[in-house]
Design a protein around this ligand. Structure first.
Ligand code: NDP
Length: 295
């Protein structure tokens, strides 16, 4: 019988968007300034186009002006760098994000380095990541998906300090920064990745698990300590003849089993996903406030 609290990312994200919308109107009334977010999309990946469209819509809904540059797949690295530097110099733009992945002929590191750290609302600039890793340093921005995970824990009153946390996955955009953030919150962290032997022995010690792998139903009920809190970042399409699209989305965690063991869990969809965009909007607002000394 399921007993876990369902961590409702969809409704938390809506609440955060409402807070952001009213902050933006307060800022606009006081200063006439509206936050701006620039999105650079290179190539024709359908999933990337969908993400960009969703981000633009979310901006409009809270009153952030969005600027989009769509470059063809065969663009040069220099063309991408030029559009980034144009936005770096544009005072109406407070956040710049480059939709990943970039086409294979481009160097992601060179391109992410070009984004002004003051406008790095994705938090992927190496200086921001470096500061996130260092004690006594403050990044200007924290990557949106991991930040959304921590925000969910905070809003549900789940204590992180002193807890054992296991992050499954070590990508630059989710797993690694999630582990750094948990450490900043005084958890003791262990990272599990594709070369980890007997991951279930490690995960079953965790008070908090953040899973960002991309493997449907990998984390079974037996991997989870009774009462643990589960944040499932994975978004995995699996075949489903019942669904009109022929597939549905599931997380990395076997939800039915986990519900019986965990004390709280994020669903997929409706958990971390909506929080990611809410954190992007929040980072953009923070950047605009900072640029104009508005409190
Ligand atoms: P990556 O593919 O970049 O990273 C996956 C990580 O999982 C790697 O570190 C890899 O290890 C590890 N891994 C792979 N297989 C296993 C395994 N069998 N056991 C343990 N670890 C394993 O993915 P992302 O971090 O970009 O994304 C992860 C998931 O999160 C995806 O499903 C993605 O769709 C979703 N996602 C969701 C977002 C949201 O807003 N909710 C945002 C971003 C991503 P190694 O390093 O050894 O290769």
């Amino acid at each position: 019988e399921p007993s876990a609290t369902v961590i409702d990312g969809k409704s938390v994200a809506k609440k955060i968007r409402d807070e952001i919308r009213s902050e933006i109107s307060r800022m606009k009334d006081a200063t006439g300034i509206v936050p701006g977010l620039a999105v650079i999309l290179v190539g024709d990946r359908k999933d990337s186009a969908t993400y960009v469209r969703n981000k633009k819509r979310a901006c409009e809904a809270v009153g952030i002006t969005s600027y989009e540059v769509h470059l063809p797949e065969n663009s040069t690295e220099e063309e991408v760098l030029n559009s980034i530097s144009g936005f770096n110099d544009d005072p109406s733009v407070h956040g710049i994000l480059v939709q990943l992945p970039l086409p294979p002929h481009m160097n992601e590191e060179t391109i992410l380095n070009e984004v002004s750290i003051k406008k790095d609302v994705d938090g992927f600039h190496p200086l921001n990541i470096g500061r996130l890793a260092m004690r006594g340093r403050e990044p200007l921005f924290v990557p949106c998906t991991p930040k959304g995970c921590i925000e969910l824990l905070h809003r549900y009153g789940i204590e992180i300090k002193g807890k054992r946390a296991v992050v499954i996955g070590r990508s630059n955009i989710v797993g690694m920064p999630a582990a750094l953030l948990l450490q900043r919150e005084d958890a003791t962290i262990t990272i599990v990745h594709s070369r980890t032997k007997h991951p279930e022995e490690i995960t079953s010690q965790a008070d908090i698990i953040i899973s960002a792998v991309g493997q449907p139903n990998m984390v079974r009920g037996s991997w989870i300590k009774p009462g643990a809190v589960i944040i499932d970042v994975g978004i995995n399409p699996i075949e489903d003849a019942q669904s009109p699209r022929g597939y549905r989305l599931v997380g990395d965690v076997c939800y039915e089993e986990a519900c019986k063991v965990a004390s709280a869990i994020t669903p997929v969809p409706g958990g971390v996903g909506p929080m990611t965009i809410a954190m992007l909007l929040s980072n953009t607002l923070v950047s605009a406030k900072r640029a104009h000394n508005f409190e």
